[in-house]
Design a protein around this ligand. Structure first.
Ligand SMILES: Cc1cc2nc3c(=O)[nH]c(=O)nc-3n(C[C@H](O)[C@H](O)[C@H](O)COP(=O)(O)OP(=O)(O)OC[C@H]3O[C@@H](n4cnc5c(N)ncnc54)[C@H](O)[C@@H]3O)c2cc1C
Length: 576
């Protein structure tokens, strides 16, 4: 049986739901998610969502524009950034009107807090720009959007794992998914498919990301022969709980928390004297890693301290209650009395599926659109974050560009009509067989072991600092793992809710992405934003002020490039 809808959206995070809400005003919309929608990673976002609405102090769209460009280490596309910071205003008020319970100022306006790299007057000092709902901002927005989608009769297919996309003659035609609940494979046909499939932090050992963040959308796109953009730029968040990687939101530093080394020194004064703990993430993570590498970690170990004690119990209870609660439960630390041991943690993917500012996917990463195929949120690369994302700009991106994609796919259907394109059986069959093969194949390898080896090599050689030797080692290892993956056997032979099967398919996606990340990092011989090469420590605008486009053809990674869109702010040296 083939299931048909006007619009099929894969992913029920902020990007997918915001687009679904928009399109469901006019069309029959289905949302597929491998998780129950409100379990999407967007719900883990603590700190806030940026908008220069200036409720607490003076702020301007142009300041936000400048900060985002500078934060991106000048790799962000400025036409897209201008949409991000301008649309932020209506996007936030829409969320407010839809029912998001934002934290309030004494006079009832949406409250705002500080976040790294967000400044007043073009870099003068931190500004209060992040709208928030205590430290559960993503959770509140996700639940509100989900309720609104239910109200609009969006059809949810929860616990449906999408395995392949059908694109023929550059026209999207539908997809194949595994219904985890009853164990059946399903084929879906649609004129429009949108991906909002999120990030791939699980390629790394220490990560803030949920187990489901395995970059499936990107893996599927690669297999469909389409391009990916700027995958070498992986953000390490400065403050992951030591050994666990669980995120302590930058909201903590926004509220005034300190970073301390083994002598109790606020070491950020040596790296970013003006912004201190509120420097952008790439810089703060490098500073922490340098302290650790040079022996100034606490007790000589691989961590430093994040100290909230001086904020006082009352402020912590009001503004950072979740952080206090999970530190108590997971590490047995009461942040009111003790500092938190932290280390950088793999957090966010700046790169992704190349799209236009209207969310249209670009087959070649440059100009050739795939008709009917859209993407938004963390899986996409409209390049508002360039080489480094500022905190709170990601929820904003998901909402703003989810909304834009929803509007543009609605417009497309209104002119092209909803008549379905042919579903090519010669493409559906191999996609179904691929999953069947996973189930029947015998071999001596296990998914869990290969995944662990992948995460370890990515963490140790493709982390905060990189160099040619380490990257080459990592590339060799990833290729070895890809080879060994051919020998993976799935022991669970039942079709219903087979996590052995889904984990194998997730690892397949992660391995191919990892190859692109490592190859891209090796290829880019400069340091820019989150890509920090010890052997090429300087930014090189002459040769590398350009986006990387990567494909996989006949087992080989191929590169192409496209220029950065610069409209207003010319690249300058980046000091904070
Ligand atoms: C701990 C944490 C805290 C954060 N805090 C902030 C913050 O305070 N502010 C901020 O701006 N950003 C923050 N971020 C980043 C931000 O939350 C994410 O970038 C953003 O929410 C991503 O939204 P999304 O809609 O693109 O994807 P997600 O919310 O990750 O959703 C992905 C969806 O895709 C579905 N999916 C994936 N693969 C498949 C498949 N194969 N088949 C079917 N469905 C699939 C999933 O089920 C899910 O519904 C944080 C991130 C983390 C990890």
């Amino acid at each position: 049986m083939v299931i048909k809808h006007d619009v099929i959206i894969v992913g029920a995070g902020l990007a997918g739901l915001r687009a679904a809400l928009e399109a469901s005003r006019y069309y029959d919309v289905a949302v597929l998610s491998k998780l129950f929608p409100t379990r999407s990673h967007s719900g883990a976002a603590q700190g806030g969502i940026a908008a220069s609405i200036g409720n607490v102090e003076e702020d301007h769209i142009d300041w936000h524009f400048f900060d985002t460009v500078k934060g991106s280490d000048y790799l962000g596309d400025q036409d897209a950034i201008e949409y991000l910071v301008t649309d932020a205003h209506p996007a936030i008020y829409e969320l407010e009107h839809l029912g998001v319970p934002f934290s309030r100022t004494a006079d009832g306006k949406i409250n705002q807090r500080m976040f790294g790299g967000h400044t007043k007057n073009y870099g003068e000092g931190p500004v209060l720009r992040a709208c928030f709902a205590a430290d559960r901002t993503g959770h509140m927005i996700l639940h509100t959007l989900y309720e609104q989608c239910v109200k609009n009769n969006v059809r949810f297919y929860s616990e449906f794992f999408v395995t392949d996309l059908m694109v023929k003659d550059n026209i999207v035609r539908g997809l194949v998914a595994y219904n985890m609940i009853n164990g059946q494979m399903v084929t879906m046909q649609s004129k429009v498919v949108m991906f909002g499939t999120g990030g791939y932090g699980r390629a790394f050992k220490i990560t803030s990301n949920a187990h489901a963040n395995t970059g499936d959308g990107l893996g599927i796109v690669l297999r469909a022969g389409l391009a990916l953009e700027d995958l070498e730029f992986v953000q390490f968040h400065p403050t992951g709980v030591y050994r666990y990687g669980i995120l302590v939101s930058e909201g903590a530093r926004g509220e005034g928390a300190y970073l301390l080394n083994n002598t109790g020194e606020r070491f950020m004064k040596n790296y970013a004297p003006k912004l201190m703990e509120l420097a952008p993430r790439d810089m703060t993570s490098r500073s922490i890693q340098t302290e650790i590498d040079e022996g100034r970690g606490i007790n000589g170990e691989s961590y430093v301290h994040l100290d909230l004690r001086h904020l006082g119990e009352e402020k912590i209870a009001e503004r950072l209650p979740e952080i206090r609660s999970f530190c108590q439960k997971i590490v047995g630390i009461d942040v009111v009395k003790e500092p938190i041991p932290i280390q950088p943690t793999a957090h966010y993917s700046m790169g992704g599926i190349p799209v236009t500012v209207d969310g249209e996917v670009l087959a070649d990463g440059k100009s050739q659109k795939v008709e009917g195929f859209y993407a938004a949120g963390e899986c996409s690369c409209v390049s508002v974050h360039g080489a480094n994302r500022l905190g709170t700009n990601s929820l904003l991106e998901a909402v703003v560009f989810g909304r834009r994609a929803g509007k543009s796919l609605t417009k497309y259907l209104s002119t092209a009509g909803t008549e379905l394109p042919d579903l090519p059986t010669e493409m559906v069959e191999p996609a179904l067989q691929r999953v069947e093969k996973f189930m029947t194949k015998t071999g001596k390898e296990k998914t869990g072991i290969l995944r662990k080896e992948l995460q370890e090599i990515m963490m140790s050689k493709v982390g905060v600092f990189r160099d040619e030797k380490g990257l080459k080692e990592a590339l060799e290892k990833v290729k070895e793992l890809e080879k060994r993956f051919e020998d993976v056997q799935i022991d669970d032979k039942s079709w219903k809710f087979n996590t052995d099967l889904t984990e194998a398919m997730e690892l397949d996606n992660l391995l191919h992405l990892a190859e692109i990340i490592v190859s891209g990092a090796l290829n880019r011989q400069e340091s820019r934003g989150a890509q920090s090469r010890k052997d090429f420590p300087k930014r090189d605008d002459e040769n590398w002020l350009k986006h990387t486009i990567a494909f996989k053809k006949d087992g080989k990674v191929l590169f192409d490039y496209k220029p950065v869109v610069i409209t207003k702010f010319q690249p300058k040296e980046r000091k904070y």
